[in-house]
Design a binder for this molecule. Sequence first.
Ligand SMILES: [Fe+2]
Length: 261
Amino acid sequence: MPIRWPWKRTDEIAIEWRELGWDIHSHLAPGVDDGATNVDEALDMVRGMSALGYRGMVITPHIMADLYPNNPETLRPAFAKLQQAVSDLDIHMELQLAAEYHMDHEFMALLPEGELMTIPWEYEGNHKTLVLVEFGFHQAPEQAMVEEVLFTLQTRGITPLLAHCERYPYLHRNDNLLRMWFDRGGWLSINAASLVGAYGPETKEMAERAMQAGWVSFLCTDAHGMRHVHAMASLVRSKIVKQWLESGHSKHAGLGVRPKI
Ligand SMILES: [Fe+2]
């Protein structure tokens, strides 16, 4: 049965989603966090992203000591279920499993030499290994902790990638921490839903400011449900996204380049 989408492809389209190629932040592993609760919900999101033109998705379930105490062993079976369903239905979407690490004591314990679920990334001939990290929403992390994350990961040859840098309210009026993250070699990402105003005007403004400052490497769905796929779709005529893609700051893979699996 054909899928009907709420957006239309017309000549006015400004953004070619194939240019982005891969979405590298999403919660589609069924039943392991607050994302997809079952395979069918995950498949709807995969189909939606495929219809937009994406070729691959990195699935990044939460690893958060208090709420989602996941680890590679709990995540791999859920991911395998999704991968099997996508392959059974012959949906053209490559999938890769990584994680979104909350910067808590468990993460700090893994930092020196623990197994981390990384995103291997090829960009203009450079190979990078990324780890997606998020801060808490309510309280700013201690600067010393952030410095330790930046330093230790990079010593291991891993590039720290900050999830939704625009969504931390305590950074809206003082973005020094974001500036430090960027200056010390960390990468930053934003969520599509922020740009459409889903989290309020201050978050939207912070996302735009980070893009214009040249800090943003990735525009992500952070898909927990179809609302986040629709948010990405509705940016199809976004001037700021177009400008960002043309600015050279985007590190999304170009055509023919993709993460090594
Ligand atoms: Fe997320």
